[in-house]
Design a protein around this ligand. Structure first.
Ligand code: NDP
Ligand code: BG6
Length: 508
């Protein structure tokens, strides 16, 4: 792979959780693989008063604590951190942006960099506008000598109106092709593999429609709570934090038509068409189609865990959802009548993200089934952990008669020797440095996703009688979420740590 051109990366929100857990380890990993530019400078920006030496120490700690690989070469950390500086900012102060500009210019001069700049906005989204406007007023957005690229973390806006406003502001300052709206799920190798599974294998495509598929289920569960992010999360909730972006993007890739090419526009156009075909959930239907929950105190494997309302930064009367499950439809030729079920939550039994395609049953039920098992094949695409694919199908049990048993055929990425699955942020940061926007969202895509989400928020706001259910931390969310799934005896799949296992209680 090619090395990007020399550049400066400026990270706003450099003292935050995202920077420490994901961005810095990803940049270091790229540097270890010689996929960072030969020369670069890393400038952390934040309100916290830190010296550059303290910031370098934090970088070292975050690489040590959060690098995903087990056997890892930490020997280049001093060289890596030596390229880092920290700038203490008051986001509203125009003079601070002038000082920032001078610092960037001197970094470019000192390191013989040509002026390529990437600005990564890893702050709460409420300050994206103020940062962009001030960068513009200080002249930093103008590509005088090299490129200027801007990365915006999700959620992009708070609702349709605010995302439109943000888009309009940005379009007044910079060009759309300078904007990289990041959704790190699109950077996950296994999410991209959805495209390969569907469009490289001739056997799936003929079955991938309403004629053969009974329902599609997407789960993204986390075992962690809100940790240190209570302040941000309490004003966001699971619907904004996970559904509007990550889960809808996975839905888009699962449901899209084949793209005409692998070009950025071709793929994004098809995902957009899926979003445009989402049947909006009417305000009066929200109560029955969307279940929200909030985790309560519990004991998980012997450890006491506090309820959401007692987490740091969270209002004790908070009605913010930490769990959401919903049923919806995609109104187009391919998917008409096929229910899509999505579910996400914090403090669930395990960390798992997967797509389950439930195929329709065979039309004639000739055989005796193992008690407790349901007919119908399932294809499970495991995004994380134990990444892989599992096909569940029926086989004859050896012996007399025709008793049928449900068996697994599975592939695990770990079976591929010597394959390192790059972290999502590694892939996406590299793509921005190379100027490839394929895995980033366009303005209209983000706005269309908000159009789907807004009526749900409105219904919750306007109808306080719509319940938010408590669920004990460490469980699969409110029991009622099973009622969403239509059909006798049908429930969500209860995935385990290992792709091929399922059930409520298993290795987690
Ligand atoms: P944090 O709450 O950790 O905030 C990041 C930093 O922003 C803080 O360290 C703080 O730094 C600064 N900050 C916080 N509040 C304000 C404020 N009101 N005004 C100005 N600056 C503020 O957030 P995360 O790092 O978790 O998330 C940042 C963004 O990344 C969010 O949009 C989130 O959705 C997204 N994201 C986060 C992920 C994660 O795993 N954490 C994963 C994917 C996306 P200081 O006070 O020093 O300026
Ligand atoms: C982020 C959310 O976008 O995704 C977090 O803001 C969540 O709340 C995280 O924890 C999950 O990402 P991953 O890659 O760990 O599944």
């Amino acid at each position: 792979m090619e090395r990007p051109d020399n550049l400066v990366i400026v990270i706003f929100g450099a003292t935050g959780d995202l920077t420490s857990r994901k961005l810095l380890p990803a940049l270091y990993s790229l540097s270890n693989q010689k996929l960072m530019p030969e020369k670069f400078a890393l400038l952390g920006v934040g309100r916290s008063e830190l010296t550059s030496a303290e910031f370098r120490k934090r970088i070292e700690e975050s690489i040590m604590d959060h690098s995903e690989e087990i056997e890892y070469d930490f020997s280049h950390i001093p060289e890596f951190t030596s390229q880092a500086e920290y700038f203490n900012i008051d986001y509203a102060s125009v003079s601070d942006y002038k000082r920032l500009r001078s610092l960037i210019e001197s970094l470019c001069k000192k390191n013989c960099l040509k002026g390529n700049l990437i600005f990564y906005l890893a702050t709460p989204p409420s300050i994206y506008e103020v940062i962009s406007t001030n960068l513009s007023q200080s002249g930093l957005e103008i590509p005088t000598n090299g490129f200027r690229r801007f990365i915006f973390e999700k959620p992009f806006g708070y609702d349709l109106e605010s995302s439109r406003k943000l888009n309009n502001t940005l379009h007044g300052l910079i060009k759309e092709d300078q904007i990289f709206r990041i959704d790190h799920y699109l950077g996950k190798e296994t999410v991209q593999n959805l495209l390969v599974t569907r469009f490289a294998n001739g056997i799936f495509e003929p079955l991938w429609n309403r004629n053969y598929i009974h329902r599609i289920e997407i789960t993204s569960a986390e075992s962690i709570g809100v940790e240190e992010r209570g302040g941000y999360y309490d004003s966001s909730g699971a619907l904004r934090d996970m559904v509007q972006n990550h889960l809808l993007q996975i839905t888009g890739l699962t449901a899209m038509e084949p793209p005409s090419s692998l070009g950025a526009e071709a793929i994004r156009n098809e995902v957009l068409k899926v979003f445009q075909s989402l049947e909006l959930i009417k305000e009066e239907d929200v109560e029955k189609s969307v279940i929200r929950g909030q985790y309560t105190a519990s004991t998980i494997r012997g450890e006491n865990v506090q309820g959401y309302r007692y987490e740091k930064g969270v209002d004790v009367n908070s009605k913010t959802e930490t769990f959401v499950a919903m049923k919806f439809f995609i109104n187009n030729w391919r998917w008409s009548g096929v229910p899509f079920y999505i579910r996400t939550g914090k403090r669930m039994p395990t960390r798992v993200t997967e797509v389950v395609i439930h195929f329709k049953q065979s039309p004639q039920n000739l055989f005796q089934r193992e008690p407790g098992t349901l007919a119908g094949n399932q294809l499970i695409i495991r995004i994380q952990p134990d990444e892989g694919i599992l096909l569940k199908f029926d086989m004859k049990e050896p012996g007399a008669g025709f008793n049928v048993k449900n068996v697994n055929m599975d592939f695990h990425y770990t079976d591929l020797a010597d394959v390192k699955i790059p972290s999502a942020y590694e892939r996406l940061l590299y793509d921005v440095m190379m100027g490839d926007s394929t895995l980033f969202s366009r303005d209209v895509e983000v706005e269309t996703a908000w159009k789907f989400i807004d009526p749900i928020h409105k219904a919750w706001k306007n109808n306080p009688q719509i319940k938010i259910y408590g669920y004990p931390a460490g469980t699969w969310g409110p029991e009622l979420s099973n009622n969403l799934i239509e059909g006798e005896g049908l429930t969500w799949r209860y995935p385990c740590k290992n792709l091929a296992d399922e059930e409520l209680y298993c290795e987690l």
